[in-house]
Structure formats: C-alpha cells, structure tokens
Design a binder for this molecule. Structure first.
Ligand code: FAD
Length: 550
C-alpha cells in the first residue's frame, strides 16, 4: 500500500505535539467538529477507523430537512433548529444543497395524515425556517396531484400539499467538510482506529502514564504501551446512565492529558496521540468506546435505487404507512426509495438490507404506484445504515427523538451522540463551545476565535466544480486522480462508493470498477495482486446487492 503523500504530513502533525482535541470518528459529526475547532485555531486531529463517511454518513436519505414528521409530533424546537440548519448548509455548501419539492398526497380514510392539518403544518414549516424556506409551500387538488405525479394511485386521493426541503449528498458533505477542516489546519487520518486511552493529571513526560484500556468487545486485553510502573490504571467507564455536561471552569482544575492509542491499518502499526480533550463522535459505535457513557438504540434504514424510467418522479413523493413516512426521491436518472426503521443488533461494520427490508419498501411503493409493478430485479443498488439514536428503550423506533446530546462524563472526554445529518454543524458548534468553556486549560490557545462555520463557505467553488455534487461526477481518470491526491482515497471502494456514488448510480458499476482499479493501480503503484485484492474487496461489497452481479 502506498499512502497518498499528505497522509505522512497528517501523521506527523497529529503525533508531533499534544493536540487541543482529538476527534474519534470521521462521519459528518466528527468532520463538523474538526472544521469548527480548526477554524477557531485549536490544534485539531481526527482519526477514522475505515474510510471517511464509511458509517451512517454515507447511508442516509440525503435530505436536509426540518422534519415535517417531527412537527406532527409537536417537536417544534427540533424542527426549528433543523430548518435553520438546512438553510445554513444551503448557504455554506450550495453545491451540496438543492431545493427539493415534496408532494405529500392524502387519502380518504387515512386518520394519521389529514389534509387540512397538513395544509396548516406546511405553512408553520415555512415559518420555522426563520425567514424564507427553500421554496414556498402550496396545496394541490386531486387533478393537480395526478398531473404532477403520473402513476400515483388515484383511488381515494383527496389532494396534497407541496413543501420544500433540501437534497444533498451525505458522503460528499462529510468529505468536503473534512477538506475544509484540513485547509484550516486539522490533521485528519482515515483507516486509523482508536483502540484505547488513558488520562493523566499532567502532561506526560514519558513516564508515569497509566496503561491504556482498549475498546471493549474487541477481545483485546489492555495495551501496556507505556511504562507506567506504580501508577494505577485508568479504568474504562462502563455503567449505565449519562451524566450531564459539567463545565470544568479552568480555575482550580488540574489540566488533563489523554494518551490515545491508534492502530494505523494502512501501515499496520500502532502510534500514540496526546490530547487535552478527546471527542467521541463515533455515531453507531459510540457506546462501545472505553470512557464513553453513551447509551444508544440503533435502528436500521435501507434505500433502494431504481432507474428513473421505472418510477419517473420529478418531485419527491411522500408515501405513508400508518404514521411512518417513506419517500420516492428523484436523483438524476434514478429514483431513490426509502426507508425502513427497525431495531438492529447485528454487526456495525457490515450492515446489509435483507430480503424483508427490500420487499417492504417495494410493497409500499407498489401501493402508491400500482401500475409500476416494481420487483427486485428493478433494484440497481441498495444501501443500509444505522441511526445512532440516543437510547429510549420504550416506544417505536420512529418515535424516538432525533435530538442530539453532548456530555462530558470525565475531564477532557466528550461524548456527542444522536442528531441528524442536517444538524451536524450546530452539534459541532455546541460541542466546541462547551469544550472551550470547559477549560482555558482545554486549549493551547489563550482566546479561541468565535464559531464561523455558519458564514464561511466550506470550499471555494473552484475546488468542487466537477468533483463534488449531488450527482456523480464525470467518469474520468482526472477525477479519480483528484480523489487519490486530494481526498485521501486509498481503496477502490473509497472512490466507487463515497467519493463518487458511481457504485450506487451506475448499472455498469462493476465494469467501471475495473477501469477505476486500473487508474488507481497507476496512481498508487499497485502491483497486480493488490489490484486483484481491491477488486475482490469491492466485489464482496457489491455481492450484497440484489439485481447486480459484481
Ligand atoms: C436510513 C437513514 C436515513 C437517514 N436520513 C437522514 C436524512 O435524510 N437527513 C438527515 O439529516 N439525517 C438522516 N439520517 C441521520 C444521519 O445520517 C446521521 O445522524 C449521521 O450521519 C450520523 O453521523 P455520525 O458522524 O454521528 O456517525 P457516522 O457517520 O456513523 O460516523 C461515525 C464514524 O466513527 C467511526 N468510528 C467508530 N469507531 C471508531 C474508532 N474506534 N476509531 C476511529 N473511528 C471510529 C466509524 O467508522 C464511522 O465512520 C439518516 C440515518 C439513517 C440510518
């Protein structure tokens, strides 16, 4: 493996001197925190165990939304917060935030979604954006709905509301946020796994640091990486219950120092990072980290990609099943169908859609579009992801709050959990605010700057045009070279899945993967066995898709 040149400098930066903060997790939340902290002048590092956006942040519905569903649940504060954020993302990343009209049809006898209530609801929804929504909501008669959505089930149709949210590309949003963070000085590393950390009361002089306790459940015993003779070990926190944020006021509180152990999966070696604060931003993995006090309830959601010719929607169509809502979302020459919401206890690193998930989504779509007669062979690709919901053991998964929580269970350790893609920037701002407040001593900087992430564009348009957008980029060697050189892509699936979405969008993705493997082999000096291994790794991923031969 020949890592890209900037990896070496990031490794150097992250290990050279103690960081103000080390972020664990390179999904959208970790990326947002890294950008915010680096823009405020904090010495910032981030490690991601797989590729950036490998987790939930490449497996969402890709909507920037306040959440009309949450409005129906009376969660006005949550909707307001997310509605403002969707407009901020539209402002800071216009290449990744298209206004998206939604048509929400209602039917006779449906007591869960009543037309007059929706008519009021969408007007309130517009108001909750603190100014103009991305488009103005309207109402449609039955005839207007059928003209706007050909093929929609007409039996019992009463009418519809049309309202606006935003459409994004989740993985691109995370990666461009990381590019922005790196431009502000953050050192970010993919394929680097945090395995444990020890806290000391004072900056390490090399001795007296307690043993590092490793990630639970990984079957690894505590790593005796430093001498630490005679010093009692710092025990990882298990236990239930999340303690509230406690503001460590600096004065009178001894400075803390974390020694974190990181496994570099590309170099097959372990290194240590020293930091004044550690942020656990690991989404669905958050309750498995030592020191974490997070309690999660994970639910799985899947999406199917079809050819647009099979379900030609131009506005997103809202489909309901009881109180649940599903979407048929237009995506260039494709239509995305989703999603499900079921409790999940399987492996976190290999989340797949099963036949029942796929049948459920197709069945609902066929109810709403009976003449489409969609079947499994219509499915071009599938993705499945986990919602990292803050635990509420009772109630239906779809009723659990999507609110986020930030906790500081021990000095210098921060757990950030829950939330949505849409609210990532706010979560980051609040996390860094608290971290800065918790210590004049939590930062090497005397006066960290104010948060500027809502005003400053993620990247100049010259760095995104043709390379980053809602639709996949042009299929050229030049674009692949850019991802390898400037966006930390080291594996074939990094390019096929998260940098470009070619894997999801292109029916001939397997053939495209062969070509990309050839280009990457030239760019990264892969010998033939490595090229073959990359294709095998990609095929293993693609083999879980119905209707597609790897
Ligand atoms: C089906 C579905 C649909 C959704 N749709 C929407 C939507 O339309 N709009 C919206 O706003 N939100 C949506 N969401 C929610 C949104 O996608 C998530 O809230 C968000 O992506 C979570 O980001 P994250 O950074 O917390 O987690 P992740 O993206 O999962 O990132 C966590 C990262 O931490 C890494 N990690 C874990 N352990 C370690 C370790 N030990 N060392 C290093 N790295 C580690 C993981 O590999 C992972 O990449 C949806 C979620 C799902 C599941």
């Amino acid at each position: 493996m020949n890592p890209p040149p900037n990896r070496q400098s990031a490794l150097q930066a992250i290990t050279a001197a103690p960081l103000d903060l080390l972020i664990i997790g390179g999904g959208i939340v970790g990326a947002g925190i890294a950008r915010d902290a680096a823009m405020r002048g904090l010495r910032t590092g981030l490690v991601e165990q797989h590729d950036f956006a490998f987790g939930t942040s490449s497996r969402s519905s890709r909507l920037l939304h306040g959440g009309l569903r949450y409005l129906a649940q009376g969660r006005i504060g949550l909707v307001h917060e997310a509605s403002v954020e969707k407009k901020i993302i539209h402002h800071i990343a216009p290449h990744l935030a298209d206004p998206l009209p939604f048509i929400f049809p209602t039917y006779c006898g449906n007591r869960d979604w009543i037309l007059w209530q929706l008519k009021i609801g969408v007007k309130i929804y517009d108001l909750l954006c603190s100014g103009r929504n991305l488009g103005k909501s309207t109402w449609l008669t039955q005839a207007e709905v059928l003209r706007a959505v050909p093929g929609l089930n007409a039996a019992g149709l009463k009418g519809a509301v049309r309202y606006y949210d935003g459409f994004t590309n989740d993985a691109r949003l995370a990666i461009d946020t990381l590019r922005s963070a790196a431009r502000s000085g953050a050192a970010v590393l993919n394929y680097c796994r945090f395995t444990g950390a020890a806290r000391t009361a004072a900056p390490s002089s090399g001795a007296g640091v307690p043993p590092v306790h490793s990630v639970s459940g990984a079957g690894v015993s505590p790593v005796q990486s430093v001498s630490g003779a005679g010093v009692p070990p710092v025990h990882s926190v298990s236990g239930a219950g999340v303690s509230p944020v406690h503001s460590v006021s600096g004065a009178g509180v001894p400075p803390v120092h974390w020694q974190c152990e990181i496994e570099d999966h590309l170099a097959a070696k372990t290194f240590h990072v020293h930091a004044r604060a550690v942020v656990n931003a690991t989404g669905p993995w958050a309750d498995g980290l030592p020191h974490s006090r997070v309690k999660l309830r994970l639910t799985k959601g899947i999406h199917l990609v079809l050819n647009k010719t099979r379900l030609p929607v131009t506005d997103t169509v809202v489909m309901t099943e009881g109180k649940r809502i599903l979407f048929a979302i237009p995506w260039g020459q494709r239509t995305i169908l989703g999603t499900t919401d079921t409790d999940y206890n399987g492996p976190l690193d290999d989340v797949r859609a099963d036949a029942a998930d796929i049948d459920y989504v197709l069945q609902i779509a066929n109810q709403f579009f009976p003449t489409a007669k969609l079947t499994v062979p219509d499915v071009i690709s599938v993705w499945a992801g986990l919602r990292p919901l803050v635990a509420d053991p009772s109630g239906k998964p779809s009723d659990i709050s999507r609110a986020h929580e930030i906790h500081n269970p021990e000095p210098g350790w921060w757990d950030v959990a829950g939330g949505k893609l849409t609210t990532y920037r706010l979560m980051a701002e609040q996390t860094v605010d608290r971290l800065v407040k918790a210590g004049g001593r939590a930062s090497s900087h005397a006066h960290p700057a104010q948060c500027r992430t809502a005003e400053e564009p993620l990247l100049p348009s010259s760095e995104t045009t043709g390379l980053s957008g809602i639709l996949p980029p042009e299929f050229t060697r030049r674009t692949v070279e850019h991802y390898v050189t400037n966006e930390w892509a080291v594996h074939l699936d990094d390019v096929m899945v998260r940098r470009t979405s070619w894997h999801y969008y292109c029916p001939d993705a397997a053939a495209k993967a062969q070509q990309v493997a050839d280009w990457m082999a030239e760019l990264l000096n892969w010998a033939e066995p490595q090229r073959a291994a990359e294709l095998a790794r990609y095929s293993a991923l693609a083999s879980c898709l119905p209707g597609r031969k790897p």
